[in-house]
Design a protein around this ligand. Structure first.
Ligand code: DHB
Ligand code: FE
Length: 279
């Protein structure tokens, strides 16, 4: 039987990837953040799964704003790094897990989640930066990945509750996969940030802390926020936080907080990360 071994939520700020790729992590601006990654990376070294399900958003890299699916599962053998505007990062190609990915698709469809299925999907900073945060600069990523892409770009977006329920269904799908697999689940994006418009640069530590606390002890509270709540409290791109609800839903009712990191500013964002184990 497959089983979820833990979950991570993390921001996916492209500048973090760029700092790693360009050997800038010891510069004053980055040093404190990267010191904060050390316990997170230690946990990942001790808890290498057989596959990571990474819930992320595409930033109009693979999708265009003309055509956007709400939820997509990548079922390909591999996924190439790409990025809108920045060009692809020189990081390892992401290996997929087609057999398990198809199982997820079939299970989720049977539970009435109408998933889009992508045989080929280029993955942008929403997925590759979290890999670098967890694993630094290996020659190959230590585990294959099933990309689960959520539309947080082109309104209307899925609700925070729908995302949580998707995560619960992913948790059930994992438990029904008949092969012994240790599974990690990650949600990326956030925390509070807004990249453009009048409120560009907005961050809200109180809201972020509440969201992180809720993830641990009252995850349903995070399903009650509307998109307007997220955008008002956490900025227009803060709505990426709904993807953390997918991760949290997959972990079940009770979790243990293993590690939390919160750092302002990272680029225009409040950077947040959390590691949760079941129990
Ligand atoms: C930034 C953050 C994001 O989540 C993103 O997708 C792009 C840019 C930033 O703060 O620079
Ligand atoms: Fe983003």
């Amino acid at each position: 039987m497959a089983r979820v071994i833990g979950g991570m939520g993390t921001s996916h700020v492209p500048g973090v990837g760029s700092a790693i790729d360009n050997a800038k992590t010891h510069e004053d601006y980055w040093q404190k953040l990267f010191a904060g990654f050390e316990p997170l990376r230690a946990w990942h070294r001790d808890n290498v799964p057989d596959v990571n399900i990474i819930v992320f958003n595409d930033h109009a890299t693979s999708y265009s704003l003309d055509s956007y699916s709400t939820f997509t599962v990548g079922v390909g053998e591999e996924f190439k790094p790409a990025d809108e505007g920045w060009g692809p990062r020189a990081v390892p190609v992401v290996q997929g897990h087609p057999e398990f990915a198809w199982h997820l698709v079939e299970h989720l469809m049977a539970e009435d989640f109408d998933m889009a299925v992508a045989g080929s999907l280029d993955v942008d900073h929403g997925l590759t930066v979290p890999l670098s945060i967890a694993y630094d600069q290996p020659d190959a990523w230590p585990a294959p990945v099933i990309p689960v892409c959520v539309n947080v770009i082109q309104h209307p977006l899925p609700t925070a509750l729908r995302c949580y329920r998707l995560g619960q269904a992913i948790g059930r799908a994992v438990a029904r996969f008949d092969i012994n697999l240790k599974v990690g689940i990650w949600g990326t994006g956030g925390l509070s940030h807004q990249l453009g418009g009048e409120r560009a640069g907005v961050v809200n530590p109180d809201f972020d802390k509440q969201f992180l606390d809720n993830l641990v002890s009252d995850p349903l509270a995070n399903t009650k926020f509307s998109h307007t709540d997220f955008i008002r409290e956490a900025g227009s791109e803060g709505v990426e936080m709904i993807m953390w609800n997918v991760m949290r839903g997959a972990l079940g009712d009770t979790v243990k907080e293993v590690y939390r990191l919160y750092h302002i500013p990272v680029s225009a964002t409040a950077y947040g990360a959390i590691i949760l184990e079941i129990g």
